[in-house]
Structure formats: C-alpha cells, structure tokens
Write a protein that binds this ligand. Structure first.
Ligand code: NAP
Ligand code: MG
Length: 479
C-alpha cells in the first residue's frame, strides 16, 4: 500500500525578517553602506538585504571588541562571564522556534533538522561552555589561564547558527571578545543572535557581527588588531588563511573539508547500516564536512546493501524545507548546485555508474536528487574531492586491511564510520584510521563535550570539549 503525506508546513509567521540589516558593532546595530540579497534557496525569494562590511566596519568592530576586552570582559570573573553564557543559552532555547524557521528559510535545510539538531545543539554549546567559564583552572590546561584577547571568527553556510555557537561560546567562556563573520548566503540567524546578545545584556562589544563576503573575511584575517583567528570552511580558503597568519603572532584554528569513509564490514547489522549510510550522506543535503561521502562495502555484502539502500533512498522525501515531513531540502546556493553538478558529471565521464532516487524536484530553487555512484575507484575525482552535496561514492573491499588502506587514501582526515558486530574489529579499525572523529555503528552524532576536528588537509585544532576550549587560551598545552 502506498500513501501520500499531506503537507505539514511550519509557519513562517513566527519570524519577522527586516527588509535590510546592518552590522552589530559595540552592542548596537549600525547601518551598512553596500548591501547584497540573501535568498531562500528553496524558492529563490529574496528574504532581505545584508550589509557588506568593508575596512571601516571591520576596523570599528575590532576596536569595539578590543575596548570590551580591556575595559570589561577581561576584568570580569569567570563566574560572571558564565552567567551571560547561561542567559544566552536560555534565550536561544526560548526563541528556538524563531531560530529554526529563520535557519530553514535562509539555508534551505529541512525544518525537522534545524528544529531538532541545529538549534538545540547550538544552545547546548552555550550551556556547556557556560559551565567552563569559572572552572578554567581545572581544565588541565595550566592553573594560570589567559585569553588571547580579540578573536576573529569566520564561519560557513551549512550549519550557520551551530557554527556560530561552536565559535562564540568557547571564545567567551575563555574570556575573549569576538568579531564574527557569517557566510554570505546565511547571515540571518547570526543577526538574530545579535539581538539575543542585546536581550541578555551582554556588555557592548563582547560580540560583534559583521556581515559580508570573502573580502570581509580577508579583512578580519589580516587585521593587526586581532589575536586569534578561528575559521571553518573550505580547505582552499583555509590554506590562504594559514599563509596570511604565518608571518604574524596570531594564533589560528582551521576546521576544513573532509571525505569520510563509512566502512561496512560483512558482519554488520545491515538494516542499521543502511540507516547509518543514509544519515551519513543525506543529512543536511550532504552539506556536512564530516559526511560519510565514501561508502566502503565489503564485497560479499555489497549487492545486498546496495539493494536495500536503493529501496530506502526511494523513500527519502525531497522538497519544501518548511514541511515537517521533509527529509532532504534545498541545495544552499546556485554556486553549490553547479559544483555538485560539475563533480558528478566527472563521475559519469570517469566511468562510475550513477543511480538517483526517483523523486520529483520542485521547479524553482536549487535541488539535487539523492544520488549514488557505484563502481567508483580510488582515482575518480568523486572519490577524492569533496562534493558537499547528497551524493555518495561507493567502493568495495575484500579484507579489513584493504578497507583501512582505502579509507586512509585521501588528503583529508576529518571523520570515519565503522559498521561491525565485533567490538574487537571496531577497536582495531578505529586505531588504524587516520581521522579525528570516528563513529561506530552510528554516524553524524555531535556533542559539545566531544572534541571535533581533523588531520591532514581537514584542519588544525579541535572544537568542542576541553581541547576546543584550549584553542581560546594562551599557552594552553593543546594549542
Ligand atoms: P568557504 O568558501 O571557505 O567559506 C567559509 C567562510 O569563509 C565564509 O564565511 C566565506 O565568506 C569566508 N571566506 C571566503 N573567502 C575568504 C577569504 N579569502 N578570506 C577569509 N574568509 C573567506 O567555504 P564554504 O564553501 O562556504 O563552505 C563549505 C566548506 O566548508 C566545505 O569544504 C566544508 O567541508 C567546510 N566545512 C568544514 C567544517 C568543519 O568543521 N571542518 C564545517 C563546515 C564546513 P562567503 O560566504 O562570503 O564566501
Ligand atoms: Mg540564504
């Protein structure tokens, strides 16, 4: 029996979006000079005009952050700082529906994910770091801990509010002030967060948010008044940043790309593994740096897994992100859709076999059907480069050692997944895999207490947990 789901749309009336936004500097919204549109990628509707910060605005934001650091924030006890973080966390929870709707409208991700994952995790990061603020000397990072000063933070569009939380919460807990730039296509929740800072009566200048494009990011990176740079985004821009800060005394953390292997051994629980594969690559349209984008199947179970995977993929509901039943929303931008289209075309031309789930894609907006490529080999571009979309490359292996060799044969090293019924095999495989985060019999699980980050071209440093905190303290042993 097949049955249709009636639409269950979330209401967009819970948010009021201004026609135009400015920057948040020194505790106030200040008008911008130039503006650019931000759109809803599911409909191509222009949601608002976002200000583009140039040198003057970035300067003003850094000055405000410095002033707040010297006059207020660095003088305040950890206990007092912690109170502000708790307050922010609580307000984020109170306004979570507003945040979720705004995130979905601006980003294109399903409301179910922004409501159940992005926003609760963002609040959890503030709660967790609020707890650290008055306990820094017990973090095992030395008894005399000192903040860097002003942190410049640049984040991507795939988890806009969550990435903000990963950056702002530890920075503030450790006693830094911040200048943050959200991604060009997803500034709205960062601007709503600025309102939350006002509502929490956070001292002016502790958090400054300047919106803009890559040129604004570069101004932050190169600003002499900034002591620490924290960046999440592409490896390409990460390398530019590493070069820019090398001759300076700035401290830097980089969270970059990935091409995770999700390894299914012959003794795995197949149905569970299929769910994990789907979650690993189709969560957030595959716009996930730690996505399980390379599926490694043991040869003798490959056929069965692929058959079940196709059946499961045909049930993925693609469409209106505001519908509570939707599993896969819109691709965040036209540029990203072009990148996915281009890279998947190389999959065809290099000889892999494409299979896409049968689904109807909306006429407007940016969409890509859930897709797998079978018969992928190690040299294919779709096995080596990050597609950052709902596309899975499938490879096979015969022996566990071959699985490890293939999994590690990548310039990245962010995450990996292991599916097996045997604890000993899981422990053996995880000790061989060169990846910062390894999930066993699950995938894409995040927690503020758990450090996240990668090896090789996936970046420098960790975010979350005690290790992430250390990145915001001078001379901490994990720096
Ligand atoms: P991106 O182009 O590197 O952009 C990331 C941020 O950097 C954006 O705010 C961007 O501004 C800004 N930026 C661009 N050029 C810059 C420059 N020259 N100097 C300073 N800042 C600059 O990456 P993206 O395409 O938005 O995001 C996707 C990538 O991020 C993927 O490769 C993914 O793996 C990675 N990612 C990694 C993690 C992680 O934790 N490891 C998490 C999420 C995403 P604009 O938006 O205006 O371009
Ligand atoms: Mg947008």
């Amino acid at each position: 029996m097949s049955f249709e789901y009636a639409p269950a749309p979330e209401s967009r009336t819970v948010v009021s979006i201004k026609a135009k936004y400015g920057h948040f500097i020194g505790g106030k919204f200040v008008a911008g000079n130039k503006h650019f549109p931000t759109i809803n990628p599911a409909t191509e509707e222009v949601l608002s005009q976002i200000a583009l910060a140039g040198k003057a605005e970035v300067d003003a934001a850094v000055k405000a952050a410095r002033k707040a650091y010297t006059t207020t924030w660095s003088k305040m006890s950890g206990r007092e700082r912690g109170k502000y973080l708790f307050r922010i966390a609580r307000i984020m929870q109170e306004r979570s529906r507003e945040f979720a709707v705004l995130e979905t409208l601006d980003n294109g991700k399903p409301i179910r994910e922004s409501r159940d994952t992005d926003i609760p995790l963002a609040a959890a990061h503030f709660f967790y770091h609020a707890g650290w603020a008055d306990k820094l000397e017990y973090a095992g990072l030395g008894t005399v801990t000192k903040a860097h000063g002003v942190a410049g933070q640049i984040i991507p569009w795939n988890f806009p509010l969550l990435m903000l939380a990963w950056k702002v919460a530890p920075a503030l807990a450790a006693g830094n002030t911040v200048v943050l730039k959200p991604a060009e296509s997803t500034s709205l929740t960062a601007l709503l967060f600025a309102e939350v800072c006002q509502q929490a009566e956070l001292p002016a200048g502790v958090v400054n948010i300047v919106t803009g494009d890559g040129s604004t990011g570069a101004l932050i990176v190169n600003h002499p008044g900034i002591d620490k740079i924290a960046f999440t985004g592409s490896t390409e821009v990460g390398k530019l940043i590493a070069r820019a800060v090398a001759p300076t005394s700035k401290s830097v953390t980089l969270e970059l790309g990935g091409k995770a292997a999700n390894i299914v051994f012959e003794d795995a629980a197949i149905d569970e593994a299929v769910e994990g594969i789907v979650n690993g690559i189709f969560f957030n349209q595959g716009h996930v740096c730690c996505a399980g984008s390379r599926l490694l199947l043991q040869e003798n179970i490959a056929e069965e897994v692929l058959e079940k995977l196709k059946v499961r993929m045909a049930k993925i509901r693609v469409g209106d992100p505001m519908d509570k039943n939707t599993d896969l929303g819109a691709i965040n931008s036209k540029e990203q859709l072009n990148k996915i289209t281009e890279l998947t075309a190389t999959g065809d031309s290099e000889g892999a076999q494409r299979w896409s789930a049968p689904c109807e894609l909306p006429g407007k907006g940016f969409w890509f059907a859930p897709t797998i490529f079978i018969g992928v080999t190690q040299t294919h571009r779709i096995a080596r480069e990050e597609i950052f979309g709902p596309v899975l490359s499938v490879l096979t292996f015969r022996t566990p050692q071959e699985a490890i060799d293939k999994a590690n044969n990548t310039p990245f090293g962010l995450s990996a997944g292991i599916w097996s019924d045997k604890g000993s095999k899981i422990l053996w495989a995880s000790s061989q895999l060169r990846a910062g985060v390894i999930w066993a019999n699950t995938f894409n699980k995040f927690d503020p207490t758990s450090p996240f980050g990668g090896y090789k071209e996936s970046g420098w440093g960790r975010e979350g947990g005690r290790h992430g905190l250390s990145a915001y303290l001078k001379g901490a042993s994990h720096e």
